[in-house]
Design a protein around this ligand. Structure first.
Ligand SMILES: C[S@@+](CC[C@H](N)C(=O)[O-])C[C@H]1O[C@@H](n2cnc3c(N)ncnc32)[C@H](O)[C@@H]1O
Length: 375
């Protein structure tokens, strides 16, 4: 078989129909079923609470115990948990079947001496805790599975589930799906900072480098780098970039301690990195960005928009459930963080910083934050 590396993850007919079922199940559980919890709160839990306390619950912590006694909430939690198990099972079937072929393709790419970009693995990197031993999203083995051998199981599982989620959540497909929003992010950056013409770009926590590819497609003249803690992810990102004929440079590094020179990038971005990291590390990463960003450069981040002041009590409670039970341990810490204050602590001036929200189709939106540093 000689399939291109980027096309290696392809469910067969049976796998595709099981994955479509899991996608629909997730859409139902996270959509209609969760809406019933909102109705339950409005119709029963809130009136009862008002009667007893004369005021609505002020926070998710005050409200949580009201929900926990309800069968509907218990059913929802059980369905979320089970659908997540099914997700890993079904995507895992495809990964198991294609793994050997994917490894062969990646090795052939590694051995090709006409590579366009580069891959710098760092086998001695000590994974920071607690992320090093966390299975984010309950992904079996986590992002760092098989780090010593840099096997491709973890990145292929990640890739497969993003495909499934993207379809189930109703985000748009096509180019956006392939680059996980790389073009969309580039457009958001140019809308906000019209003079942006980056020459050296860094994508922090770039995962399998899909967004990174999109940025290179959008700004072909720029030198584009991506970094991630996960060696297996970096290997997959490199193989996918080479296979797409894109010159990209991937590094296995901690975003908080990169070793790059001061002022060496004029655009530094991240997508859904920060809600998977904790307060201390978040600040260290921002401080590292402050060191790396060139005068006039832009630091631009997209992340989850579920800060408590933006969502109602039932959503706060269900999101918090995901933190405790469904592999999102850092989510609540992130949405409770005052990001503007964190940027300020990292050294970005008031006139440089921004935090904002952006509609993203349907009920979806992005949380945008960062800075354009003074020239
Ligand atoms: C949710 S994934 C997002 C990946 C990619 N940005 C995307 O949009 O698909 C978060 C990534 O951040 C990486 N990560 C978390 N903490 C990191 C850190 N301190 N330094 C570098 N990468 C980190 C994880 O390994 C993971 O690949």
């Amino acid at each position: 078989m000689t399939t291109a590396f980027t096309k290696t993850y392809k469910p067969n007919k049976d796998e595709a129909s099981r994955q479509a079922f899991v996608g629909s199940l997730k859409k139902y559980v996270n959509g209609k079923l969760e809406q019933q919890i909102h109705a339950l709160y409005e119709d029963k839990l809130l009136p009862k609470y008002l009667e007893q306390h004369g005021k609505p619950p002020a926070s998710r912590d005050e409200a949580k115990s009201l929900f926990e006694k309800e069968h509907l909430y218990q059913l929802w939690g059980s369905a979320v948990y089970t659908s997540q198990d099914l997700l890993w099972e079904t995507v895992g079937d495809t990964v198991d079947r294609i793994l050997e072929h994917a490894e062969e393709k990646a090795k052939a790419i590694d051995n090709n001496d006409k590579k366009l970009g580069s891959l710098t693995l760092n086998p001695d990197l000590v994974l920071p805790e607690p992320i090093g031993s966390t299975e984010i999203h309950r992904q079996p083995g986590g992002y760092f599975f098989d780090s010593e051998k840099n096997g491709l199981t973890a990145p292929l599982l990640y890739y497969g589930t993003i495909q499934l989620y993207t379809a189930a959540k109703g985000f748009s497909s096509g180019k956006t799906k392939d680059t996980f929003g790389g073009h969309a992010m580039a457009q958001l950056i140019t809308q906000r900072f019209p003079d942006t013409q980056p020459t050296r770009i860094l994508d922090l926590g770039c995962g399998i480098g899909a967004l990174t590819r999109g940025l290179k497609e959008y700004w072909p003249e720029a030198e584009v780098h991506g970094l991630d803690l996960s060696g297996p992810f970096m290997r997959c990102a490199h193989a996918m970039a080479e296979d797409s004929q894109l010159s990209l440079h991937f590094h296995q590094l901690d975003a908080a301690d990169t070793g790059f020179e001061d002022n060496s990038f004029d655009l530094i971005v991240s997508q859904i990195l920060f809600h998977e990291t904790w307060d201390e590390k978040l600040l260290e990463i921002m401080q590292e960005v402050k060191r790396l960003i060139a005068p006039g450069g832009v630091f631009f981040n997209i992340d989850v928009p579920y800060q408590p002041n933006r969502i109602d009590i039932p959503s706060q409670v269900t999101n918090d459930w995901q933190v405790v039970n469904n592999g999102e341990p850092f989510w609540t810490g992130f949405v409770d963080t005052d990001i503007d204050a964190a940027l300020a602590t990292a050294g970005f001036d008031e006139q440089e910083r921004f935090t904002d929200y952006q509609a993203a189709g349907g009920n979806n939106s992005y949380f945008l934050f960062g800075a354009q540093v003074n020239s």
